[in-house]
Design a protein around this ligand. Structure first.
Ligand code: BTN
Length: 319
């Protein structure tokens, strides 16, 4: 798109660029240039236009615009195609729909806000506008369906890695997929499948992350990176890094198997070694979380000494 090329040009030059230079460079009339500059301004870019001096880019909007996310992303698969919504009921539904229509592996559905964002176990995911990262990623992994849960662990690890790189904070994972800081919820992952008996057609990994939420935008028990870091975080940089980490871990997982992901997950987790309670419709169980196995299931040693495996549900850390 020409507007994006003009934007690139303005980004590279740090001062004013004359209208003559711009229109000459792109082979367009001054009027056409003006139209593109207006398009960029409408998208939220602050561009000064001063007679005799020309144009200068002053600031870029705090929006997860596909062009901004893609710029310098350098991934091979993840986020190569981006569907962007200012507001959507849930990125999960939009991604499911795209997946059914054959969207390529790595297609990313992004939203600035969700009106019906959902979490696990039928909960809501509060998604205030321009505050967080709300995404769903379509993957078409060539793995045994029994290994699908590892993708959730992979996403959790990638989130913690990206948070460390961009914000310098140490987030932790509570099994299976809660991202916490100081025992408050920072983010979560919801994985949904489109599968037949023995074949997964595609997986949608939904990630919700509280980034620049202020206290008033957070429900009880939740926190945000801004609240933890005491300063705003650049959502675009964080998102780009998250996509890069997901790609790195995903390639490694497909080429070498689960070991590396499980090891990294163990390093970030705060569940293993604790006494926990599993509360779900199907089971009520208490014991020590001793390990996760190769498919991401949690192994719990009951007081009787018997080991039981939990594959889904919610857990409570007792101490
Ligand atoms: C959880 O912790 O319960 C999982 C939360 C997942 C929320 C994300 S936000 C983007 C995507 N769209 C949704 O409706 N949910 C997921």
């Amino acid at each position: 798109m020409l507007s994006e090329k003009i934007l690139d040009f303005l980004k590279k030059k740090h001062g004013y660029v004359s209208g003559e230079e711009l229109s000459g460079h792109f082979g367009i009339t001054r009027q056409a240039l003006w139209k593109h500059i207006h398009e960029l301004k409408d998208a939220g870019y602050e561009i000064l236009a001063v007679p005799h001096l020309g144009y200068q880019l002053v600031s870029s909007p705090d929006r997860l615009l596909p062009y901004e996310v893609a710029s310098g992303l350098n991934t091979r698969v993840i986020g190569k195609k981006i569907l962007y919504f200012d507001r959507v009921p849930s990125t999960m539904d939009a991604a499911m729909e795209s997946g059914l229509k054959g969207a390529a592996e790595g297609t990313l559905v992004l939203a600035e806000s969700q009106t019906r964002g959902r979490g696990r176990l039928g909960r809501d995911w509060v998604s205030p506008k321009y505050k967080g990262i709300y995404l769903s990623l379509i993957l078409r992994p060539k793995i045994l369906p029994s290994l699908n849960p590892v993708l959730t662990l992979l996403a959790a690890v990638s989130i913690c890695e990206a948070i460390k790189i961009i914000a310098g904070l140490d987030a932790q994972i509570k099994w299976p997929n809660d991202i916490l800081m100081h025992h408050k919820k920072l983010g979560g992952i919801l994985t949904e499948l489109n599968a037949e008996m023995d074949r997964t057609s595609f997986v949608v990994i939904g990630i919700g992350l509280n980034v620049n939420n202020d206290k008033k935008d957070l429900i009880t028990g939740a926190t945000s990176l801004k609240e933890q870091k005491k300063e705003s975080i650049n959502r675009i940089e964080l998102l780009r890094d998250l996509l890069r980490q997901i790609e790195k871990n995903y390639i490694e997982f497909q080429e070498k198997g689960t070991q590396a992901i499980l090891d990294k997950w163990r390093a970030f987790n705060i569940t293993l070694g604790r006494r926990i309670k599993v509360v779900s419709q199907k089971m009520h169980l208490e014991g020590e979380a001793v390990s996760i196995d190769a498919d991401g299931g949690l192994l719990v040693r009951k007081d009787s000494g018997l080991i039981e495996k939990v594959i889904s549900g919610d857990i409570i850390h007792c101490r």
